[in-house]
Design a binder for this molecule. Structure first.
Ligand SMILES: *Cc1c(COP(=O)(O)O)cnc(C)c1O
Length: 244
């Protein structure tokens, strides 16, 4: 399987390129983030050495376990899972550059207080539940504008854009509606001109639907399976654990 990682990466690169050309976009506008849940440090390293250095975990536990194995290979960590407030110290300790899954005011506030105490800042994306599925984390679309305004008050949190998982479906056109909704919310926020709030990033699109996401304006696509192969755990294990 490992020998396929490089081939798979080249394949994804080509899919991104082709989708950008089709959409009249510059391929440099789209960053490829590797979703590395369940993938061993040894296999992640293959991608890092090939120059694919933006990676993300869903669980603090996995971030922790892989930290030593990856610390000598330059890379950037994002966090894309449900973040519990009792794990805030860890997310800071393990060099996460951006939390893509900010979706609760109490989390934002506790993050801010912790960051303030250690004199740091953190990039964040706001996670939106665009598919209206109970099982998914993320804010209800109707709550996002007010939420962004509330979070903007916390000066340590650098809002960079929005993230969504989209509908879990093989019907691309249904998933596309989720991506269009995220873009639409982004435009509404931009129109509010909130001081300190940037809205450049739209993190959306995964192995099966990255083309549609790019056509709808994604700047970060998050790919796991198409690079590292099928995972043993179902995604529900990562997407709705301890949903509160
Ligand atoms: C696993 C995961 C991905 C990647 O999904 P694939 O279908 O394996 O490409 C993207 N985003 C999040 C939040 C994930 O948990």
């Amino acid at each position: 399987m490992d020998e396929n990682i490089l081939k798979n990466l080249a394949n994804i690169q080509k899919r991104i390129h082709d989708a950008c050309i089709k959409a009249g976009r510059n391929p440099d506008e789209v960053k490829l983030l590797l979703a590395t849940k369940t993938v061993s440090p040894q296999r992640i390293e293959i991608a890092l050495h090939a120059g694919y250095t933006l990676i993300a975990e869903n669980k603090i536990q996995e971030l922790k376990e892989k930290f030593d194995g990856l610390k000598d290979v330059p890379h950037t960590n994002h966090f894309i899972g449900h973040l519990q407030t009792n794990k805030i110290k860890d997310v800071l300790k393990y060099n996460v550059a951006c939390i893509q899954s900010l979706d609760r005011l109490d989390l934002a506030e506790k993050l801010h207080l912790r960051l303030q105490a250690v004199n740091k800042t953190m990039e964040v994306l706001i996670q939106v539940n665009t598919s209206n599925e109970e099982s998914k984390f993320g804010l209800n679309p109707a709550q996002v504008l007010a939420f962004v305004q509330q979070v903007a008050v916390f000066k340590t949190l650098k809002i960079k854009g929005l993230m969504t998982i989209g509908l879990f479906s093989n019907e691309t056109e249904k998933v596309r509606i989720c991506f269009q909704l995220l873009k639409n919310i982004q435009q509404q926020i931009i129109a509010l001109n909130i001081p300190q709030v940037q809205m450049h990033e739209l993190s959306m699109g995964m192995s099966n639907d990255l083309e549609a996401a790019i056509e709808e304006g994604a700047t970060i696509i998050r790919v796991g399976t198409a690079v590292f192969g099928q995972r043993f755990y179902p995604d529900s294990f990562y997407w709705n654990e301890n949903k509160t």
